[in-house]
Design a binder for this molecule. Structure first.
Ligand code: GLY
Length: 411
């Protein structure tokens, strides 16, 4: 079985090394330095550049710094599923997700126009199914929460589920159809954001960020010291490096701890000439485990994912992949016929309360765009909008204030 999830070939082309020292560092050229080339960093860079701010995005070379290849964005399946990923106790986060999902169609149209790259946005909805009686009880509770949140979610019998998805196992107990829970290809999104950012004037610097230098008396400036010895001076810095950002020293206790939540998943293909195995995203509860199959138009199917709290461990394990395949096959036995094309592992950045950390910290000019946990792809449009607002006004828009970066205890 090919296992290339952390090899260079698994990384989108926008992560490939570029020449360094792109942006001169004279005082008139200061602006925003964004640390992190995942979706959150790139959407921030694009939106800030569109607002006329000089922007430099800093991202390590994935060959010399493999952590960059294991970032969450290039591994993610790309579900935009605020209804079927609704979680009790996380209603405000879900409301932010619903807002961002509502922005997606316009966001994609603007980004595709700006970049010339199609991002694989599919508006085919999501079917959430239950494997056994206990899973069905959970699904029924979840449907109540979905209704309270006001998202479209229709309860279906087992037979109705199989009418929509004929490859589902006959034993599936029932489901919920969420017609507005869509998907996108995060790798194409990364590429498009990189191209749109570049066209909007954002520069890119290939190096690891090591330290944010604080502004101080006597003209000392905010800046980012890099692994190659250079320092990029800045008026504002955005830390957007997911849970790999904790290696960046910061002036003072302003960054809450981000816990890495490991996800192992597979990419597979329907054999040539065969019909799609599923027609929309199928999520399932299988004996309490959450599983999903996300189909793409070109026949790729992403099957995921584990959720493991093991620090920065990025080992692909037999047990992790077996769990993913076991549960997917319970729901859709035909997954056995798929050709595995790639195994992947990434680390989701979980904040202490699972909510993102956005906007200014207590260090003047230093912002966070971090802690997006399971929802980085979904929250990309709203994050770009909120961060551009923060970088131009030093405040967050009203709807994002709950997610302020300085709300919680920091390292
Ligand atoms: N949002 C899907 C995942 O984190 O696995």
């Amino acid at each position: 079985m090919p296992a290339k999830g952390v090899e260079r070939s698994a990384v989108p082309t926008q992560n490939e090394p570029r020449s360094a020292a792109i942006r001169p560092t004279n005082a008139s050229d200061r602006g925003v330095v964004v640390v992190g080339g995942g979706l959150v960093g790139r959407v921030t860079a694009w939106r800030a550049a569109q607002r006329g701010l000089p922007v430099t995005l800093v991202e390590p070379d994935p060959v010399t710094d493999p952590a960059a290849a294991r970032a969450a964005s290039a591994v993610a399946a790309g579900m935009l599923t605020p209804a079927t990923e609704a979680t009790f106790g996380e209603e405000p986060l879900m409301e932010l997700g619903i807002r961002s999902a509502g922005m997606y169609a316009d966001f994609v149209a603007e980004l595709e126009e700006a970049s010339g790259i199609s991002v694989g946005y599919r508006t085919t909805g999501t079917l959430l199914v239950a494997f056994d009686r206990d899973d069905l009880a959970v699904l029924t509770e979840l449907h109540g929460l979905q209704r309270r949140l006001g998202v479209a979610a229709e309860r279906l019998t087992s037979r109705e589920c199989r009418r929509l998805e004929p490859m589902l196992a006959p034993s599936v107990r029932g489901g919920v159809l969420a017609p507005d829970d869509h998907s996108v290809d995060p790798r194409l999104l990364l590429r498009a954001l990189a191209a749109a950012g570049e066209r909007a004037g954002a520069a890119e610097y290939t190096a690891a960020a090591e330290e944010v230098l604080s502004p101080g008396p006597e003209g000392a400036r905010l800046g980012v010291r890099l692994s190659d010895g250079h320092t990029l001076p800045a008026d504002q810095v955005v830390l957007a490096a997911g849970c790999w950002g904790e290696g960046v020293r910061v002036p003072g206790p302003v960054v809450p701890p981000l816990r890495p939540v490991k996800g192992q998943l597979l990419r597979a293909r329907v054999p040539d000439g065969e019909p799609p195995i599923v027609h929309r995203t199928v999520r399932g509860l299988v004996r309490g485990f959450a599983t999903y199959l996300v189909p793409r138009a070109d026949g790729e199917v992403v099957i995921g994912a584990t959720q493991e709290e093991l620090g920065h461990d990025t080992a692909l394990t037999v047990g992790g992949l077996w769990q993913v395949l076991r549960d997917a096959r319970e729901l859709v036995p035909g997954v056995s016929e798929l050709e595995v094309t790639e195994t992947c592992v990434g680390l989701r950045p979980g904040s202490p309360d699972n909510e993102p950390l956005l906007g200014p910290t207590r260090v003047p000019g230093l912002h966070l765009a971090a802690g997006h946990f399971r929802h980085g792809v979904l929250l990309a449009p709203v994050t770009g909008e909120a961060m551009a607002h923060a970088l131009t006004t030093a405040t967050l828009p009203e709807y994002a204030r709950r997610f302020a970066a300085d709300r919680t205890a920091a390292r």
